[in-house]
Unconditional design. Sequence first.
Length: 239
Amino acid sequence: MRIDVVTIFPEYLDPLRAALLGRAIERGLIEVGVHDLRDWTHDVHRAVDDAPYGGGPGMVMKPQVWGDALDAVCGPDTRLVVPTPAGRPFTQEVAQSYAREQHLVFACGRYEGIDQRVIDDAARRMPVDEVSIGDYVLVGGEAAVLVMVEAAVRLLPGVLGNPVSAEQDSFSDGLLEGPSYTRPEVWRELSVPEVLRSGNHALIDRWRRDQALERTVLRRPDLLGLLPEGTLDERDLAV
Ligand SMILES: COc1cccc(COC(=O)c2cn[nH]c2)c1
């Protein structure tokens, strides 16, 4: 997989080259290119934004600069991803789909956003996703790109030391992950739940599922309606 990011703050993407993702790059599991949008500006001031038609606060990113940048960076197998508060939700399912892509290009918007014609023009040649990582407004898309790249790349074979954990992720079965514990058995007078030390794996699995269900009901009741058919069985409903 190749990932390219276009941004006016390339240094913001330096963390992509650290830790797990950095090792994935060194091992050739992914290629990452980060590009400064201003390399495609045409004027002495290297302007990337201008006042919005129709008035209103803030500035809008210029179409010409983005058009030239995306012409240079995108290819025949590219999926263009534009992080924006106005996007469709980025979920584990979207992360799974991105992990199967050959080439992802992330366009990092700032100010009030990118001239819509940039997205409309790109959509003539490639799949374009306007995606939100949450219901809040950031200053730019760069932090959202770090989130989405990490969520997708960790799913690639060979990236995680322990691949099983990618399948057993929260959201893999639609429920939140329950609590986890490790040594010592008692810490600050708090004990590890007895069942986890019982060695009875049927009981442990049941307890973990009950904890996941209880946590999902309490923290994310919205997820319960999305569970795939048959996720909950009669034992679950007894919780
Ligand atoms: C493309 O236009 C804009 C405009 C404003 C901010 C941003 C950065 O993205 C976010 O703020 C965001 C992404 N998911 N949740 C919030 C992009």
